[in-house]
Design a binder for this molecule. Sequence first.
Ligand SMILES: Nc1ncnc2c1ncn2[C@@H]1O[C@H](COP(=O)(O)OP(=O)(O)OP(=O)(O)O)[C@@H](O)[C@H]1O
Length: 237
Amino acid sequence: MDALAIEDVRKSFGGVQALQGITFSVAPQEIVGVIGPNGSGKSTLFNVLTGALKPDSGRVLLNGKDITRWPAYRIARSGLGRTFQIPALFENMTVLENLLTASVEHNWDGVHERASAVIELLELQRVAAEPARSLSGGQQRLLELGRVLMREPDLVLLDEVAAGVHPNLRKLMLDVIRAKREAGTTFLVIEHDMELTGEICDRIIVMDAGEVVAKGTFEEISSDAHVMEAYLGVSVE
Ligand SMILES: Nc1ncnc2c1ncn2[C@@H]1O[C@H](COP(=O)(O)OP(=O)(O)OP(=O)(O)O)[C@@H](O)[C@H]1O
């Protein structure tokens, strides 16, 4: 059974057709990248998957369950987590408190042990008692990922999670994503950084103007001159 199946999902904003019939699926423990130019519909797709937006038509299945019209909190409780382009942290709370509060409405059993494990995994021990606002941009992104991991989701949506992150932290972040995948988590990743996409994604979905215009491995996508030039503005030799 697919971890995620998206079936002919459509969403318009007035005259703008942000999603024009998106169909693809993600297998358990896959890492799938979603790339495409600004305005191609990536964020709208994520918002439909999390329940922040209702699609006009089409279906979304999470582990085989139709979650299409469920409220966002119910979808989150069913095992879908996401990070945001701009980390959504409690800036005046400590790193530890940010992790603990992520478990509100989830599961308080063993919450301190889980927080300790996440702090260790993300190498945030030295700043655990510091307010989130004092962290570097990269550490804030790690903490945002940590808040998602506290809820032990089956499927994680990552929105440009490594943008502007220092290379050392970026490597740590990719290692954590790979380790979580090995442990059973599935990832859908919006990414502008093609290098990162190539490093961690098993498959890539290319979107343009609300449609899926190509699918394949990084090698297949990056050898498709039409995709690279027309949709990513990258000139292929
Ligand atoms: N709430 C909204 N109201 C009206 N139009 C919207 C709304 N949200 C998105 N759109 C439009 O839908 C289209 C898709 O936008 P979306 O933000 O999903 O693209 P994107 O691929 O995530 O872009 P970016 O890479 O810049 O984040 C765009 O034309 C955008 O202007």
